[in-house]
Design a binder for this molecule. Sequence first.
Ligand code: ADP
Ligand code: MG
Length: 227
Amino acid sequence: MEPAVLATNLFHTYGDGLRRKTILHDVNIEVRPGELTLITGPSGSGKTTLLTLIGALRAVQEGSLCVAGEELNGATPEVQTRVRRRVGYVFQASNLLPFLTARENVMMSLNLLAEPLPTKERYNRAAEALAAVGLADHLDDYPATLSGGERQRVAIARALAHRPRLVLADEPTAALDKQNGHECVQLMRNVARTQGCPILIVTHDPRIQDIADRILRIDDGHIQEST
Ligand code: ADP
Ligand code: MG
């Protein structure tokens, strides 16, 4: 099976002239199906840059980056859109819409599919995704009535509902206490295993490292397997 992510000799540079700074330096990584991979590194080490490159949210400058079966270096807008639709995103803040219920928030993400699903199908899939993160009893709750951990679980359900080939999470536990952070990441690992969907988390949170199948460290723009 092809890797969900394959980066080969990937470089990324910001700015020009004196301000020119290479953030990613010859990065080589492979994300395999069914695994929860953690990329750690200090603030400013390029974690978000790498994640946005993988999510086709930023153009690849140099090197090869294959995501969900597509090469992103030199990719057309159509290819970028295709990759974005195959990826689920989880951010630091859950970014739920406050005037929609948990179920409606998850249904929203299903509006963005290339081939729209009938409302009934979206309705059912949202319930399924929320049940998978332990929120079957909270389908009709509004974000304000949910705890921080529950809101982040809704965000995870939203990222999974369209059955992505890969889930990317940027500091998903930063706003949670240790126990909720742990639960969220454990949940993501279960999903990675049961649905075979690989999950890539970038974080500087050392509290969740024991849950990962694999840990990579980013240091001075280089990435290494952590031992
Ligand atoms: P991390 O997520 O690990 O904290 P980032 O990928 O956000 O790191 O940033 C890595 C470095 O690149 C930082 O020094 C940051 O200031 C710089 N940087 C990030 N985005 C930009 C940008 N759009 N333009 C210039 N520099 C940037
Ligand atoms: Mg960051």
